[in-house]
Design a protein around this ligand. Structure first.
Ligand SMILES: NC(=O)c1ccc[n+]([C@@H]2O[C@H](COP(=O)([O-])OP(=O)(O)OC[C@H]3O[C@@H](n4cnc5c(N)ncnc54)[C@H](O)[C@@H]3O)[C@@H](O)[C@H]2O)c1
Ligand SMILES: [Zn+2]
Ligand SMILES: [Zn+2]
Length: 369
């Protein structure tokens, strides 16, 4: 089979791999959609700079947002069978440590057994992916494979962060960074009832996507006036909740300072630093800052159920679909930031683009399509 690897010099390479044979407790998934996360660009694509759980093992098939259909199963299956449509929770843990027992395989503490798909074991940018049955979530018929792929990291991550700070119709929410993760935050905040959603980004393309898709009520270009601008659209008080999806020092400070007294802030964007004055910025205003890393597997299944109930489609954030042989274009576009979510698609998911099913409600492609 063909699979894509990331050599770490802002290119991709297609290599030939044996089609894996599932052993006990394993399944072979025919890939249907594999989306690109900002972390792939930040920690692998330009340069292999991730360490520990973010360390990419050279030669691994990339892609940690895999979604597809089981075509072969090993022995001893407990729940899944051939033909099932599945999302792969993208970290395989030991199953025995405290984090795994809480469902947070992301922070599995076993150096020997913790392996993330697309980082330390082969991921979704290939025709097939060998997965452990225990890492699978069911993809319901109401959702497409492109919907499902985004749950495997992006939407799952955002949902976890939003659950930590709690979002409801009571809240005005600031989202700093409108990449795919920030756009997902806006989509989920809206589904959870928030109705004054404010976004910031440095990229005009991303600001436009947030506006055109109706995901944010106000969008501001990132800059030193952001706190003042947020105060102006929140009656001078600031937002109840803020979500940083940028990883930028400036944006994180704006998120903290634009949050009102007793408010909650969650940091999802990775890397960089954050400088603030504890007394002025959080202590005297009784604010709480949370950090949030991916999610646990039960919450991922819960999110999938709720996405169906809410009638939303993560695939609406996908502005570009590519086939596996165009994977180089897919990564370079995502690295440019001039796009929404970028998906590598297979089979029927690739054909859907040409059949027009990916058109938006008004029958038009978005500005970036
Ligand atoms: N915590 C987790 O578990 C988790 C999981 C997935 C991704 N991430 C991280 O989330 C972040 C977002 O992911 P993504 O896929 O959307 O990546 P991305 O890089 O496409 O998005 C980041 C966005 O932030 C914007 N930005 C940069 N500086 C800014 C500023 N000063 N103010 C406002 N916006 C600014 C960029 O223009 C970009 O649109 C990345 O750091 C990624 O590594 C974290
Ligand atoms: Zn990710
Ligand atoms: Zn573990």
């Amino acid at each position: 089979m063909t699979g894509a690897i990331l050599p770490g010099n802002s290119t991709t390479e297609l290599h030939q791999f044996e089609i894996p044979k599932p052993g006990p407790g394993e399944v072979l998934v025919k890939m249907k959609a594999s989306t690109i996360c900002g972390s792939d660009i930040r920690a692998i694509y330009h340069e292999h700079k991730g360490k520990g759980p973010e360390g990419y093992q050279p030669g691994m098939v990339a892609g940690h947002e895999p979604c597809g259909q089981i075509v072969k199963v090993g022995s001893g299956m407990r729940r899944f069978k051939e033909g099932d449509r599945v999302v792969v929770y993208h970290i395989s843990g030991c199953g025995m440590c405290d984090d795994c027992r809480r469902g947070y395989m992301i922070s599995c503490s076993s150096e020997k057994y913790r392996k993330a798909y697309g980082w330390q074991r082969n991921g979704g940018m290939a025709e097939y992916c060998l997965a452990d049955e225990k890492d699978l979530c069911t993809l319901p018929d109401e959702l497409s494979y492109v919907d499902g792929a985004q749950v495997a990291c992006g939407f799952g991550t955002v949902y976890e962060g939003l659950e930590k700070i709690g979002i409801s119709g009571n809240d005005a929410v600031l989202i700093t960074g409108l990449g795919p993760v920030g756009l997902a935050a806006a989509m989920l905040c809206k589904a959870l009832g928030a109705n004054n959603i404010i976004g910031t980004d440095v990229s005009e393309e991303r600001m436009k996507i947030a506006t055109d898709k109706g995901l944010c009520d106000h969008v501001f270009k990132a800059g030193p006036d952001n706190v003042q601008q947020v105060l102006e659209v929140t009656g001078g008080k600031g937002v109840e909740r803020a979500v940083d999806c940028s990883g930028s020092n400036h944006a994180r400070l704006a998120a903290i300072q634009a949050t009102r007294k007793w408010g909650k802030i969650v940091f999802i964007g990775e890397g960089g630093t954050c400088e603030f004055e504890p007394s002025r910025d959080i202590i005297h205003d009784q604010k709480t800052i949370y950090g949030s890393w991916v999610t646990n597997i039960w919450r991922m299944e819960e999110l999938i159920e709720r996405i169906v109930r809410w009638g939303i489609h993560p695939e609406d954030l996908v502005t570009h679909r590519f086939s596996l042989d165009q994977v180089d274009d897919a990564y370079s576009l995502m690295a440019s930031g001039k796009c929404g979510k970028v998906a590598v698609c297979f089979d029927e998911e690739l054909e859907r683009k040409s059949s027009g099913e990916n058109l938006h409600a008004d029958g038009q492609c978005c500005s970036s399509c």
